[in-house]
Design a protein around this ligand. Structure first.
Ligand SMILES: Cc1cc2nc3c(=O)[nH]c(=O)nc-3n(C[C@H](O)[C@H](O)[C@H](O)COP(=O)(O)OP(=O)(O)OC[C@H]3O[C@@H](n4cnc5c(N)ncnc54)[C@H](O)[C@@H]3O)c2cc1C
Length: 388
């Protein structure tokens, strides 16, 4: 391992490997490090929206896909509402996805080292230094891609803002919801209200994989109560849990800072996940693209700082997170109690809703406006569902 690189990337999850690949393809010398040996497990439900696949370009063709997702089902009190949207994305097993991206990074010429933890980062005017295995390695730039629990990001860039962290849990189940290739979402109707309430959870995703279904939920509650709730949902739906389930914090607000003069944070480490769904893979890959571009521009003398990265990520992500919060809250409110059935009935017949789902999954132009535009229509949808 040489003592100096153009770029060091700490963390070989999707955001780190993709940043490393992009920088390496631009001709920069890159060292990609991860504290774990690969393939490694990562707590995740493995839902990969079409918009995340698009960011991978032609490399999406080699993705280790478990199942293609071709629709949405929403289940409540044993009744199912369906939307056959066509291609929305796929499900993946995270150890396979992350190993695939790490292999792509290696093939692009980047040097990789697993089982190598970055213990400390020190930045000066002329360089940045990473302490790895008792040795200081220097670089012009360092990308922190260490996930939510990164001590190096907290030390270099400051904390997540208040309310920036929530918990997400997932559990692998054997069996079938009978929803085919749909991504499913279970809502707490009368039957399951107590299960959801015990975990403060409002919605539970059910993603089909080759060997069964992955159940997942997001909430401010503790890990054990979330996993217990997922086990309850599995039992209530005739699924057998397979393994213990996992829970991990996800960051749904960007850190105080996202870049210094020579360091920047990408992916979960930056705090970019959706506060509504916990989706973090799209923002991980998008921030990796932005980070690589900022570093490439700066190393070619086309820009004088990494602050453009901070600006573009904040602009895009803070707005997306705010819209996810507003629409999420409105939907949760509308889908509570006795109105839920009427609204779901109305939405099931509503072509604009189907289009909104597709447009968000594909990140079409104007998809956020489309989503916000649904809100004033909720009363009419309620009425149409109640009459149906
Ligand atoms: C239960 C759950 C379900 C989820 N479901 C979905 C979903 O269905 N769809 C979706 O889009 N998103 C989902 N997410 C979010 C998604 O998992 C994350 O957004 C994504 O993993 C972020 O990728 P990353 O590369 O930023 O970080 P990570 O994948 O966390 O990778 C960070 C890497 O850094 C390494 N590392 C950490 N510290 C160091 C160090 N000091 N030195 C070297 N290496 C280090 C770690 O070993 C790890 O490999 C879910 C999250 C949870 C918790």
């Amino acid at each position: 391992m040489p003592d100096r690189y153009d770029v060091i990337v700490s963390g070989a999850g999707p955001s780190g490997s993709w940043t490393a690949l992009r920088c390496s393809e631009a001709g920069l010398s890159v060292l990609l490090l991860d504290k774990r040996e690969f393939p490694r497990e990562k707590c995740c439900a493995g839902g990969l929206l079409h918009r995340a696949e698009v960011l991978l370009g032609p490399r999406a063709d080699g993705l280790p896909v478990q199942r293609r997702i071709g629709g949405i089902s929403i289940g409540m009190d044993g009744q199912t509402y369906r939307w056959s949207t066509g291609e929305l994305g796929s499900t993946v097993h995270r150890s396979e996805l992350d190993n695939y991206l790490l292999t792509l990074a290696e093939r692009s010429g980047c040097e990789t080292r697993t089982g190598a933890r970055v213990l400390r980062i020190r930045e000066s005017e002329a360089k940045v230094e990473a302490m790895v295995e008792g040795k200081a390695i220097e670089a012009d730039y360092l990308v922190i891609a260490e996930g939510t629990a990164s001590g190096n990001a907290a030390g270099t860039l400051g904390p997540y803002p208040r309310g920036g962290l929530i918990n997400a849990a997932a559990i692998m189940c054997e069996g079938d919801m009978g929803w085919g290739e749909s991504a499913g979402f279970l809502l707490p109707g009368r039957r399951d209200a107590a299960i959801f309430a015990s975990a403060g959870a409002r919605i539970c995703a059910a993603f089909p994989v080759r060997s069964g279904v992955v159940l997942s939920t997001v909430s401010g509650s503790s890990g054990p109560s979330l996993i217990k709730a997922l086990e309850g949902v599995a039992r209530a739906n005739g699924l057998m849990t397979n393994g213990k389930g996992c829970c991990h914090p996800i960051a749904v607000r960007p850190r105080t800072r996202l870049a210094t003069d020579r360091c920047l944070a990408v992916g979960d480490c930056a705090g970019l996940a959706s506060p509504f769904s916990g989706e973090g893979l799209t923002p991980s890959l998008a921030s990796a693209n932005d980070a690589a571009e900022a570093i490439i521009d700066r190393s070619r003398g086309l820009s004088s700082s990494l602050q453009e990265y901070e600006r573009s990520v904040r602009d895009r992500v803070e707005r997306a997170q705010m819209i996810a919060r507003i629409t999420g809250e409105a939907l949760h409110l509308a889908l509570r109690g006795r109105w839920a059935r009427s609204l779901l009935g109305g939405l099931e017949r509503d072509q604009a809703f189907e289009k909104a789902i597709v447009s968000v999954a594909r990140q079409e132009k104007g998809s956020q406006a489309f989503l916000l535009g649904m809100l004033p229509r909720l009363p009419a949808l309620l009425a149409s569902g109640a009459g149906g």
